[in-house]
Design a protein around this ligand. Structure first.
Ligand code: PHE
Length: 370
């Protein structure tokens, strides 16, 4: 930082507060980036319409990380050094978030992910990362929810875990699912892996079929989930397929077809069908703005936007360290997906939901409190 150098324009001495947005705007999980930024933009728009933040207009400066970790590192570097933002929101996917944390730490610029659930984002080898925050629950919770769902609701005694080996998210979830499923008395009868961008899953699925398990746990993102479900059903695998928040995109049904997705279930952060008044109000406002139903990413983006606004107001400053200190003290903040109070690890403790796919539609099955 060139502090004290009068000719260097600082991002935030104007009438605007510029916030960085490091997002998956193209590439493998571009739909995730789009939905999350839609949510953030709505929160900022509402704040700007009602007087702004510290009397200024808050604005999201976007950089595309192309859904790749190396590009996510480039994007945060650009946002910090060129745009001089005091805080960076995003990315969506855990592996991409993890790839930005060294730059965040070196520059002492806080990062907040609305969606990255891998536990290592906030805690590295038992040490809390001072500049990393999130506004969503973490994967040990999500993995436990789905293991309990398999044991209790599906009465599954055996499971196969099918892992995306290119994703920290998938690997972390596989571990927490297995730990809880085994604790419940279940047996993991097989573990298989694939990589993002794979097209043909049939040889592995043929192997999985003969394992004769009661369910297959697939912690992965929508592109691959759609293909896996389609190919599994084509091979005559009729057992329940279960997964996690990465399934939350209409593309899954587009690729797999509505029928293949019957008898599938996944954990998520919220359901747009929930009758909670906060959710109803958000869904209405979002539909009015964008003409479509907000999925969990849109809700989480909106909530992260609220968390940033709340922190800047309490900090009464746009200095990165003051925003960091205020973020750390986030408490009882009412948002769409629950109430955010950060624990000592910079993680909120929030409820989750299980969604069932029925004839191509997401249906709200149960709400689970931590
Ligand atoms: N939790 C996912 C990750 O960490 C991202 C995600 C969040 C995807 C919410 C869909 C919905 O990579």
């Amino acid at each position: 930082m060139l502090a004290g150098c009068g000719s260097t324009p600082s991002a935030n001495d104007s009438k605007e507060i510029k916030i960085g947005g490091n997002f998956e705007l193209t590439g493998g999980v571009a739909n995730f980036g789009k939905m999350t930024t839609n949510g953030i933009q709505l929160a900022f728009k509402e704040a700007n319409a009602s007087g702004g933040v510290l009397g200024k207009q808050i604005k999201l400066i976007l950089a595309d990380n192309k859904s790749e970790p190396s590009e996510a590192t480039n994007a945060i570097t650009k946002l910090i050094t060129q745009d001089k933002v005091p805080l960076v929101m995003g990315p969506v996917a855990s592996s991409n978030v993890l790839a930005t944390l060294q730059v965040s730490q070196d520059n002492k610029i806080p990062v907040i992910t609305a969606t990255g659930t891998n536990s290592k984002i906030t805690v590295d080898n038992g040490k809390v990362r001072p500049y990393a925050f999130r506004s969503c629950f973490i994967d040990p919770f999500q993995g436990t929810v789905m293991a309990n769902f398999a044991s209790k609701s599906l009465k599954a005694k055996t499971a196969v875990i099918y892992i995306d080996n290119s994703s920290d998210y998938s690997k972390g979830l596989a571990e927490s699912f297995e730990a809880q499923f085994v604790k419940n008395g279940g047996v993991v009868v097989g573990k298989e892996a694939f990589l993002q961008k794979d097209q043909d899953f049939k040889s592995t699925l043929t192997k999985i079929k003969v394992m004769n398990a009661d369910t297959i746990f697939i912690p992965a993102y929508y592109e691959e989930v759609g293909k896996i479900a389609k190919q599994a059903r084509e091979l005559g695998i009729t057992i329940p397929l279960i997964g996690t928040d990465g399934w939350d995109d209409p593309k899954v049904v587009e690729v797999a077809g509505a029928e293949a997705m019957n008898n599938t279930f996944f954990s998520n952060h919220y359901s747009s069908q929930d009758t909670d008044p906060r959710i109803v109000k958000f869904v209405e406002a979002y539909k009015k703005e964008y003409g479509q139903e907000p999925n969990a990413l849109a809700a989480l983006g909106y909530d992260a936007g609220l968390m940033v606004i709340d922190a800047i107001k309490r900090a009464n400053s746009t200095e990165p360290d003051k925003i960091r200190d205020a973020l750390e003290k986030t408490k009882d903040l009412q948002v769409v997906t629950g109430v955010i109070t950060l624990d000592a690890n910079h993680d909120p403790v929030k409820s989750g939901v299980v969604i069932e796919m029925k004839d191509g539609k997401q249906t709200f099955k149960e709400k689970i409190n931590p």
